[in-house]
Design a protein around this ligand. Structure first.
Ligand code: BG6
Length: 496
């Protein structure tokens, strides 16, 4: 085992699942603030109100609607009294950042991925001036990171859009969001120059196809709106890259893609074609943002669906000239697909997981925990674009048990991480992939994005909080805390 000397070991979080501090310090409301909790079997909901009639209600977050309208006619997303919204306190990084950064510092983190809460900086999204108190909060956070020699990796929008942009403009389907985002991004890049070197523009940009409210603040779920939403985010990203190349050449802007290798259940050629099409549904997003142009297969798809982008020639010049500096991705496992539903049965896990693969284990939420997927993903993504790559999410959700003496024996997590790190080692040392770093997801326990639960924990550090929002928010080190500390100290050589 030998990882490069400058390998960025660390962990990852997102404001909407971790930060809390809802409406504190002048923060506005984000789309993610309107999400209730749920479970493995019950979907999280988005709450709404109709300002004309005063009527309120909710719709499942995993809306696979028959209609293109996510909310009923005249309704807007809203906070409804009496509902429980896990993001509002989450695991309260807002008030625990010093303690949390000390903990990750103790583990020896080289990098800490966190997202900035857009509505903490521009409360309505289209404000002319930023909220100084919000900017100050992140100044304090980055100063604290510096004390421990930790490099922040900042996601500018992780599953959240200021709700004002959704209500006034319909979210990212409106081109004006490009300018609002550019103002936000350039404001923070300037402010934190010298403190932050790495940014990601949009978390899992390809989730636009499946959950456009989360990824783009959309309530119009038509194919046309999703295509336009993605296009506008690509252009916004390219503008941020341009800004940095011209003003701060040392700052690097990455794309962030949700990626998992797609396997075929059988060797039937029809299954191979299905796997190809499934992969293309993800990869085209990287072809545009990291590769610099729309692939023909996507343009043909748009032609077939009658999608016409509101675009201009300058968009394509920007995309080509200012593609992302590096490609980061989340990878939790693989998915398996087949045209033979009768032999494979139904998949568990979530909607993108396909059918059950008898060769890989799954966790209690049905997620396939397949370590080989990291080596496969690294090879596919590195050799497709020849740009540095970074695994910014990987890990395993588990209903950890806090013992009476405040210990947590999470040997299943250690086992999962050991195998995944071995897979990365192969990608680097056997395959020659240029892998910049690894930030394990949810390094300090946080709310699950998919289910809104606390019980689906990923961290090295246990946070005392439950699914009803009860608990002291105290932090306790799990066994994996000490294990990961040793892994970092030995540059991945000691994985025992
Ligand atoms: C990624 C997201 O898709 O998966 C994170 O970027 C999310 O926000 C993570 O938390 C794990 O998913 P979940 O549903 O277990 O929280």
């Amino acid at each position: 085992m030998s990882f490069p000397k400058d390998f960025l070991w660390g962990g990852a979080t997102a404001a909407n699942q971790y930060e809390g501090g809802y409406l504190e310090g002048g923060k506005g409301i984000n789309t993610s603030d309107t999400l209730t909790n749920g479970s493995h079997t019950v979907s999280r909901r988005v709450t709404w109100k109709n300002p004309e009639t005063g009527e309120t209600g909710s719709v499942p977050m995993f809306f696979m609607g028959q209609s293109e309208h996510f909310l009923p006619e005249g309704a807007i997303p809203a906070i409804i009294e009496g509902e429980y919204y896990p993001s509002h306190i989450a695991t309260d990084f807002y008030h625990h950042y010093k303690e949390d950064i000390a903990l990750i510092g103790e583990m020896g983190f080289k990098a800490f991925r966190l997202s900035m809460n857009w509505a903490r900086i521009f409360p309505n999204g289209d404000d002319e001036f930023p909220n100084e108190e919000g900017l100050k909060f992140y100044d304090d956070v980055f100063d604290e990171c510096k004390k421990y020699g930790i490099e922040p990796l900042v996601t500018l929008s992780h599953y959240e859009t200021p709700i004002g942009l959704t209500i006034k403009y319909g979210g990212w389907k409106d081109r004006r969001c490009i300018d609002f985002f550019e103002r936000y991004a350039t404001t923070v890049i300037k402010r934190y120059a010298g403190k932050v070197k790495y940014y990601l523009t949009f978390n899992e940009i390809n989730i636009m196809s499946m959950m456009p409210y989360m990824a783009g603040g959309l309530i119009d779920f038509s194919n046309q709106a999703k295509a336009q939403g993605a296009h506008n985010q690509f252009v916004a990203s390219a503008k941020v890259v341009k800004f940095c190349h011209e003003n701060y050449p040392d700052i690097k802007i990455g794309q962030m893609l949700a990626y998992g290798p797609v396997y075929t259940y059988t060797c039937d050629p029809a299954d191979q074609i299905l796997a190809l099409e499934r992969s293309q549904e993800t990869l085209w997003y990287a072809d545009v943002q990291t590769g610099g142009h729309y692939p023909e297969y996507k343009l043909k798809d748009y032609e077939r669906k009658g999608i016409h982008l509101d675009d201009c020639p300058e968009d394509y010049e920007l995309l080509e000239k200012y593609s992302a500096d590096f490609l980061s991705f989340s990878c939790y496992g693989s998915s398996t697909v087949t045209t033979h539903k009768d032999i494979a049965g139904n998949g568990e896990g979530n909607f993108i997981m396909g059918v059950k693969n008898p060769y890989v284990k799954t966790n209690a939420w049905g997620w396939a925990t397949d370590p080989a997927c990291l080596r496969l993903a690294c090879n596919t993504l590195y050799y497709r674009y020849n740009k540095p790559i970074w695994i910014v999410e990987n890990g395993i959700g588990w209903n950890d048990e806090l013992e009476a003496d405040h210990t947590v024996h999470d040997d299943y997590r250690i086992d999962y991480l050991r195998q995944n790190i071995q897979s990365m080692d192969d990608a680097i040392n056997k395959d020659g992939v240029n892998l910049m770093g690894y930030t394990m997801w949810g390094c300090i326990d946080l709310v699950s994005a998919g289910t809104g639960e606390m019980r689906k924990r990923y961290g090295f550090v246990y946070v005392d909080r439950d699914d009803e929002g009860k608990g002291t928010l105290n932090r306790y080190k799990k066994d994996s805390f000490y294990w990961y500390k040793k892994v970092i100290a030995t540059q991945g050589e000691d994985l025992d």
